[in-house]
Design a binder for this molecule. Structure first.
Ligand SMILES: [Ca+2]
Length: 440
């Protein structure tokens, strides 16, 4: 009897068919929501769960205790913009199209033909939202800065986002009391509908760059939480690129535990910024639990590049790792990464699998049951997260920055540096993503 006839017969008999029929393919769990939080310039040693002795990070420590901590996880590059391009496209910096950072308020945008994680997840039916530092394009219709009020290739609406709140320009993010942030909400989920191809300024006339009434990090957090409230009964991808602890070093109030320390005001501020961000990560996790969706939500926390030289004397930002942000070294590239998914990820587990920013794309595509774009440099680390299936390992991790290459060797056959560099820097043609169900 065919399964259809069997089901019809069971319905006629008033019996409910069992959800999984023995001998047939197991029905997989529904695709989870995904929340990806990244800090800006947070070092490998800046969290308690990674050995930090002074800065208090209880929420992220709890997240690690209830989830998985990665000890060999790498950003895409040692600075913000090229690292985030790797994250968004699944390509390492030998293949990604934007490998420089820019500066002075001018930054090269992601290309229009680059496919982002948001675009891929949107094709799988996810609602996609970003609150924070985009960095991958600062020319948008609606921006108050004249040179930015144009329609550039990095415009958010061209890269799969349903909702945005923040400041797209990388440099302007580093003011914590900006004159305005921007919202993009064409569906009107968190306020009046905006136009579909432009940002709408949210002015803060009381803000004077380093002082003011509206601390940008708090504004970003508020929208992230509001989006969870709004999207809780839908499948969603929430990307929260926080701006902490990048300079300026400014915080509304110092944390109590810093007050009696002999640290400089700057160090007290730096520690207080990280603790503030930690608390807000805890609020995001609490909000998921409050809505009863934490067991169907994968939350990841990481940082966009290695830790800073600032306040290293007080806080040993990168522990024993050599170098800092901007360096093509372990200290410039290795970052904390924590994954939390109750019931699916074993609590208190640790993974030393070498993984990198370009692995998010194929991991999220697998969870969403769609194909990642091709070609892609990343590998899915779903087997590591869930403990099911065989984890493929990278033969090497490749980084290119300012004309120099850095190779981290993994498993597999021996290759010389020259062979790896030749392979990793071979130009690839990246076609537009064509959505499709994952092959059986
Ligand atoms: Ca950064």
């Amino acid at each position: 009897m065919s399964s259809l006839l069997k089901a019809a017969a069971m319905l006629l008999l008033g019996a409910l068919p069992a959800p999984v029929v023995a001998g047939e393919r197991e029905v997989s769990a529904p695709a989870p929501n995904i929340v990806l939080i990244i800090a800006d310039d947070l070092g490998y040693g800046n969290l308690g769960c990674y050995g930090q002795k002074h800065i208090k990070t209880p929420a992220l420590d709890r997240m690690a205790a209830g989830g998985m901590k990665f000890t060999r996880f790498y950003a895409g590059a040692p600075v913000c913009l090229p690292s985030r391009v790797c994250l968004m496209t699944g390509l390492h910096s030998g293949h990604s199209r934007v490998r420089i950072n820019g500066g002075g308020g001018k930054h090269p945008p992601i290309h229009e033909e680059d496919t982002t994680i948001a675009t891929v997840l949107k094709t799988a039916g996810y609602r996609t939202a970003m609150t924070g530092k985009w960095s991958l394009g600062d020319h948008f219709l609606g921006c108050v800065h004249k040179h930015q009020n144009t329609d550039g290739s990095g415009a958010i609406y061209k890269h799969g986002w349903d909702y945005y709140f923040g400041e797209p320009n990388q440099t302007y993010n580093h003011s914590y009391y900006p004159g305005q942030l921007y919202r993009y909400d064409p569906h009107g989920w968190l306020g009046p509908e905006t136009e579909a191809n432009r940002l709408q300024p949210v002015p803060y006339p009381g803000n004077k760059r380093k002082t003011g009434s509206h601390y940008s990090h708090d504004q970003i957090t508020t929208r992230a939480l509001a989006f969870i409230d709004k999207a809780r009964d839908k499948r969603f991808f929430l990307y929260v690129p926080f701006t902490i602890p990048h300079a300026d070093f400014v915080v509304p109030e110092l944390e109590d535990y810093t007050r009696d320390k002999s640290w400089s005001e700057g160090a007290k501020t730096f520690a207080s910024m990280i603790t503030r961000m930690d608390r807000d990560c805890g609020r995001i996790l609490a909000r998921l639990k409050h809505h009863g969706i934490e067991k169907n939500t994968l939350v990841l926390f990481t940082s966009d590049n290695g830790g800073l030289k600032n306040f290293d004397r007080e806080f040993d930002n990168n522990r024993e790792l050599k170098g800092f942000k901007g360096d093509l070294t372990e200290g410039g590239l290795r970052v904390p990464c924590i994954a939390f998914w109750p019931g699916r990820i074993k609590a208190g587990s640790t993974s030393a699998e070498p993984l990198a920013f370009w692995d998010f794309m194929p991991t999220f595509a697998e969870l969403a049951e769609v194909s990642p774009p091709a070609p892609v440099d990343g590998i899915s680390f779903v087997p590591t997260l869930t403990g099911k299936g065989r984890q493929q390992s990278h033969p090497y991790l490749f980084f290119n920055w300012k004309g120099k290459s850095y190779i981290i060797r993994g498993e597999g056959k021996h290759r010389t540096d020259a062979e790896i560099i030749a392979e990793a820097k071979t130009e690839v043609v990246v076609p537009r993503f064509t959505p499709g169900k994952k092959a059986e």
